[in-house]
Design a binder for this molecule. Structure first.
Ligand code: FDA
Length: 386
């Protein structure tokens, strides 16, 4: 049994960053995880290349009941700070699109970087065992089948429940409840959406992808959308899914560069053209849309009908039947309420010495490296405070 300055629960992105920063400040830190090895989600991230940050990080790219909460931590640990760490470890990287930075090699390099930084901070590890947590008012006790450790500070960095098959769990929320912290209802995000039987026509398009602008309740996202056997996926849909709630619609602009009356002008120029041939979309999709719009030759349609068709193509509405759930969600929206935490230290207002960081907290980034940036920034903020 040992006494530490801090015990960090969860050896993922945020937990390792926090433990490394605190350890390098001379704190005695124990990092605990039920998984046998650290960083399972980092290893599968970014298609195995880890999209480790985004140059365009700004607070408005995060969802939270309190949109101001993330500003402080994000302002104090920036993408440039993490990039400096990446370069210090000699990791080659490249920028893809939309400010997204990836490893040239493998996501394993980011896990090695974090483990290396923890070693520099002489962090102790306790991996591969389920733990229970108790608090006697001044010290936290973390116990497993083989050990029992105490600390004045406990950091919840056990993430969200997305992708349970690699060790994700609702432990963060159970701990929050144990300590009386409020939760913002969690739901799967950055997740494919499913379509019901009334949208069967579109399910026949499985495999077709095209660039769209997709909008749920939040901003519009101009990226690729993909029709799947179950519904809709692709980056534009994943982004919109974070803002979508059960029963609501998702609007898709299939022609983000066209004005609604472009078909009227097209009729003047090419009256004999058919709509399905004219649509600058993959053939199967163009056919399905033209069929649904009930328009064949442009000359046979009135200007009013063509204007209406142009408008519909720019705002096609789907009412998803649901999402593919936590099994397929990259992240979880919601979590430990930011109202419970200091935005500077992530310390609980209710339980002094208790902190929560990373995905466990009700701060969720867009697709594209924003979620790791939040993990690094919130981990660093707490690492400097404990
Ligand atoms: P994280 O999930 O990393 O770590 C939590 C840790 O807690 C895990 O090690 C887990 O084993 C442990 N744990 C859970 N329950 C426990 C329990 N009961 N007891 C003990 N330990 C427990 N983001 C991004 O910015 N760029 C990207 O490229 C991607 N790509 C991506 C792909 C896929 C497939 C997924 C699922 C997710 C992404 N993400 C991403 C999201 C990103 O992985 C995620 O936001 C961060 O890993 C969150 O970091 P945390 O440290 O908060 O949790």
């Amino acid at each position: 049994m040992s006494d530490y300055d801090a015990i960090v629960l969860g050896a993922g992105a945020a937990g390792m960053m926090c433990a490394a920063v605190a350890g390098q400040r001379g704190r005695r830190v124990l990092l605990v995880d039920h998984a046998p090895r650290p960083g399972a989600k980092i290893l599968i991230s970014g298609g195995g290349r880890c999209n480790f940050t985004n140059r365009d990080t700004a607070p408005d790219r995060f969802l939270s009941a309190n949109p101001h909460f993330a500003k402080s931590a994000l302002g104090r640990y920036t993408p440039a700070d993490f990039l400096e760490l990446v370069e210090r470890h000699g990791i080659a990287w490249h920028e893809k699109t939309l400010g997204q930075l990836f490893c040239d090699g493998s996501a394993r390099q980011i896990v090695d970087l974090l483990v290396g930084e923890c070693e520099l901070g002489s962090v102790d590890w306790a991996m591969g065992q389920a733990v229970t947590v108790e608090h006697d008012g001044t010290r936290f006790r973390v116990a497993s089948a083989t050990r029992s450790d105490t600390a004045q500070r406990l950091v919840i960095a056990t993430g969200g429940p997305s992708i349970p098959k690699i060790g994700a769990s609702d432990f963060s929320y159970r701990l929050a409840k144990q300590f009386g912290l409020k939760l913002v209802e969690p739901r799967p995000a950055l997740v494919p959406l499913t379509l019901g039987p009334d949208e069967a026509l579109f399910r026949e398009l499985a495999g077709v992808a095209t660039e769209v602008r997709a909008t749920a309740a939040g901003p519009g996202f101009r990226e690729a959308a993909l029709f799947t056997h179950r519904g809709l996926s692709g980056p534009a849909i994943l982004q919109a899914s974070s803002y979508w709630r059960s029963g609501e619609t998702v609007r898709i602009d299939f022609l983000p560069d066209r004005m609604p009356d472009w078909l009227v002008a097209a009729k003047r120029a090419q009256p004999r053209a058919s709509l399905r041939k004219l649509l600058p979309l993959p053939e199967r999709l163009a056919e399905a849309l033209a069929e649904r719009l009930g328009i064949d030759r442009l000359a046979d349609a009135t200007d009013k009908a063509l204007r209406a068709a142009g408008e519909r193509l720019g705002a096609w509405t789907f009412r998803p039947s649901g999402t593919e759930g936590y099994a397929k969600a990259e992240v979880t929206v919601g979590g430990i309420s930011t109202a419970e935490l200091s935005s500077k230290t992530m310390e609980s207002r209710r339980v002094p010495g208790l902190h929560a960081i990373g995905e466990a907290v009700d701060v969720t980034g867009w697709l594209g490296g924003y979620n790791f940036q939040w993990a690094w920034a919130s981990g660093s903020a707490t690492g400097h405070a404990i």
